[in-house]
Design a protein around this ligand. Structure first.
Ligand code: AMP
Length: 374
């Protein structure tokens, strides 16, 4: 049953990272209180929350404590224990349910559901052992990418195989359980659609973003994506179709490949706000975080529209000091830092958002700032 949650009531968030922090900041604007569960006392979200429960995400007592203090519970990452979330949903109001987490934390169930929604994924096979992979690999052919079914992110837990001679490289992946092997998609662009839906079925997509990765980590998101109108329409339709099929409540990020002939293949899903949607804080009439809060609180959703073309660039550990050194040069850059203590190399520490009337000029400005080396 859909409930309405009002300002003054408490939103509980499982996970205290930057996504939780930005959700919390959006919610606090409307007067909600925030409780967060995270093992780290100094977590990015903990720093801006009213109540902190410092414990592992799957700690039963801590989850019960979160249930007690929260009027609604959401999560900011998908690798939470499904059984634990299911039990939580029995004693607390979890409008997103637990099923979306079960589906998206495993590439095998995720791909099957995307197909059931009538949307294409790359041709793939499932294997529970290296021997099984050897037997099935010809169904996919080469080049292909082998990915662990569970727990991979930012390119971790995957290897690209060019020919049968590379097969051995996939063997260690099976230490983490079943894998999928999927055909390599010769994409021309990577895009993502953030789709958001409330319990009444009201659904909106954020303007489609184009994603540029560096070393498998998101580097830049350019909005609107530099693709044809057909691609934008198809991408939005595909995301809505998946959201509808999954009876989404909350936020789903849909990562897609665009092919030369403008057709689309879905890469993967994330059942939460996404790095490629951070641009929406300044770039859109409603941010992914505000819309997420509206969706889980049973509020009507707002139709998102872009204020201006927008570029978002990620700030990793190695970029923090160089960025701080040039802040005075770029008054148009909106600086976001997540309050993480240690600026480890490759760790996502923050992002910069720039609204622009000349995307190429802005991309050049970023390139020549000396912060992001090629
Ligand atoms: P993932 O962890 O599945 O999002 O993969 C990380 C990145 O690897 C993607 O953003 C793509 O750049 C690349 N990649 C993953 N799967 C494929 C594929 N089937 N074909 C081509 N590139 C891929």
């Amino acid at each position: 049953m859909t409930k309405t949650i009002y300002p003054g009531q408490t939103i509980g968030i499982i996970g205290g990272g930057q996504l939780g922090r930005m959700m919390a900041l959006a919610a606090k604007e409307a007067g909600f209180k925030i409780a967060v569960l995270d093992p780290n006392m100094e977590s990015p979200c903990g720093q801006v929350s009213d109540i902190q429960i410092v414990a592992p995400y799957n700690d039963e007592t801590a989850l019960e404590e979160l249930a007690e203090v929260s009027d609604v519970i959401t999560y900011e990452f998908e690798n939470i224990d499904y059984e634990g979330l299911k039990r939580l949903a029995e004693i607390a109001y979890v409008p997103q349910g637990a099923d979306l987490v079960r589906i998206t934390q495993n590439r095998i169930t995720e791909k099957a559901e995307i197909r059931k929604a009538g949307v294409p994924v790359a041709n793939y096979v499932v294997a529970t052992s290296h021997i099984e992979l050897n037997a099935k690999i010809d169904e996919v052919g080469f080049p292909c990418i082998v990915k662990t079914a569970f727990g991979g992110y930012d390119g971790k837990g995957q290897v690209k195989l060019h020919s049968k001679a590379d097969m051995k490289q996939a063997e260690p992946l099976f230490e983490h359980g079943a894998c999928i092997a999927e055909a390599f998609v010769p994409f021309t662009k990577e895009i993502s659609v953030i789709v958001q839906r409330n319990g009444n079925g009201e659904t909106y997509c954020l303007p489609v973003g184009e994603n540029i990765h560096m070393d498998h980590i998101l580097h830049e998101t350019i909005v609107p994506a530099r693709v044809s109108e057909t691609v934008i329409t198809q991408a939005t339709k595909a995301a809505e179709q998946i959201a509808d099929h999954l009876q989404l409540v909350g936020t789903l990020a849909v990562e897609m490949f665009v092919l030369k002939d403008d057709t689309l293949v879905i890469n993967e899903l994330a059942p939460r706000p996404h790095n490629s949607g951070h641009y929406s804080i300044e770039g859109s009439t409603i941010s992914q975080f505000h819309q997420h809060v509206r969706a889980i609180c049973g509020w009507p959703l707002r139709k998102p529209a872009l204020h201006q073309p927008t570029v978002m660039v990620n700030v990793l550990g190695e970029h923090v000091v160089p960025l701080s050194n040039v802040i005075s040069k770029y008054p148009d850059w909106s600086i976001h830092l997540y309050g993480k203590e240690e600026a480890k190399t490759k760790r996502k520490m923050g992002h910069v958002t720039i609204l622009t009337n000349d995307v190429n000029k802005t991309l050049d400005e970023i390139k020549h700032s000396g912060i992001w080396s090629e």
